[in-house]
Design a protein around this ligand. Structure first.
Ligand SMILES: Cc1ncc(COP(=O)(O)O)c(C=O)c1O
Length: 396
């Protein structure tokens, strides 16, 4: 039989999706599963975006330009200007989700064997993209006891080698919900400048910032023109995960020119979804105000309920819609599977994402899970109660 690639063998399974067959079986057995495992918001997509698609009078669903439709790119640059980020329509490439932006990023700035330093736990697909491109991820472990704040900057500096090409952060963070302070961002920026590294920020959760805190984009910092690259997306911002539209943003012309070559190879981002995304930029502020209020309420409920469970430790998120919880168990993988296979309360159970898949350091986070608060408050309360009862009887 012909053999598949070593790279293919090394590709990690998604920690979020690998329990899906167990969830499917539980559902077939008549159980209701509360999905705390996946970042698919239940929030409605803005009307303006859906209407634009419904009302579009297209005769031919043609390719757009490889870097995205010009009207969309121009309006996107205005969106950034509103966030005090001085970006022109030529400083960005529209991608098929942030996912493709990440793939273009890894392909454009990193060669096989190059190293990228990432604070962990991190968005699990960073490992997938690094594996696909032969890049080595060098993790810096952040701690639940510090709410996953940036560790001392020396921890980063001591990891820099001749192979280091970039530092990557996710801000606000998936899976931690951590929001970097201006001081922390500036420390990382100084390091990027000192060692001439790219400084990449995945800012797909930019709008999801709570408690009157301010999101600091790396594109706002002075002196980073050649270093800063931002990965962005409409998926969470407008609850448009299925649109598959994102972008890669940088003032570094070489980065954009190189990413464009990868963009040309895949011809074009989706045309209809760009129409929806362009219209989504007209979404009124009231939409975001309501969404943020909803997430804050859910976060507060979730944290409060989790803290009531004996032996559970939880880091309070300041942004995005995830948190990491440490459970009084040894192996969250086995626990998550057991919840789906062997536990229910009145035919209801929960699905969580074991957190080890968000770390690349072996044996870290084994007793942690990521919980996404993308369900209504009432469902969150029920789901956490199921967790509580399950933990009372679970034996590792
Ligand atoms: C941090 C982060 N980056 C990137 C992505 C991918 O987003 P997209 O749907 O735009 O591909 C996600 C999706 O959950 C994410 O959480």
């Amino acid at each position: 039989m012909p053999s598949i690639s070593q790279k293919g063998l090394r590709m990690p399974e998604s920690p979020i999706r690998k329990l899906v067959p167990f969830a499917e079986r539980a559902k077939k057995e008549g159980k209701y599963v509360y999905h705390l495992n996946i970042g698919q918001p239940d929030i409605k997509t803005p009307e303006v975006a859906l209407k634009a698609v419904k009302n579009s009078k297209i005769d031919v669903l043609a390719y757009s330009s490889s870097n995205g439709s010009e009207t969309y790119r121009k309006k996107l640059s205005n969106y950034y200007k509103k966030h005090d980020i001085d970006i022109s329509s030529d400083d960005l490439i529209v991608t098929t989700g942030a996912s493709e932006g990440l793939l273009f990023l890894f392909s454009s700035i990193l060669d096989p064997g190059d190293e990228v330093i990432i604070s962990e736990p991190f968005y699990a697909n960073y490992i997938a993209f690094s594996t696909a491109t032969g890049v080595d991820v060098v993790p810096v472990v952040c701690n639940i006891d510090d709410n996953f704040a940036l560790p001392p900057i020396e921890h980063y500096e001591q990891l820099i080698t001749a192979k280091t090409k970039a530092i990557l952060i996710c801000n606000p963070g998936n899976p931690t919900g951590y929001l970097y302070t201006e001081f922390e961002i500036k420390q990382l920026a100084a390091l990027a400048i000192k060692y001439d590294l790219f400084f990449v920020a995945d800012e797909v959760y930019r709008e999801f910032v709570y408690d009157n805190q301010k999101h600091i984009s790396i594109l706002n910092l002075p002196g980073l023109k050649e270093h800063a690259i931002v990965i962005d997306s409409v998926s969470k911002r407008y609850s448009m995960c299925g649109a598959r539209i994102g972008c890669l943003v940088s003032k570094n012309k070489e980065v954009i020119q190189t990413a464009l070559k990868f963009a040309q190879a895949r011809l074009s981002p989706p045309t209809l979804a760009q129409i929806a995304s362009e219209a989504a930029l007209e979404t009124p502020q009231s939409y975001f105000d309501a969404v943020i209020e909803e997430y804050v309420d859910r976060r507060n409920t979730l944290i409060q309920e989790l803290q009531k469970i004996e032996g559970v430790k939880v880091a309070k998120p300041k942004g995005a819609f995830y948190c990491i919880a440490e459970l009084p168990i040894k192996n969250a993988d086995a626990f998550a599977q057991w919840l789906l296979e062997d536990f229910d309360i009145n035919k209801e159970t929960v699905m969580v994402a074991p957190a080890a898949g968000f770390y690349s350091t072996p044996n870290v986070g084994l007793n942690q899970v990521r919980i996404a608060y993308v369900l209504k408050k009432e469902s969150l309360i029920k789901a956490v109660n199921i967790l509580k009862e399950a933990l009372k009887i679970y034996k590792d």
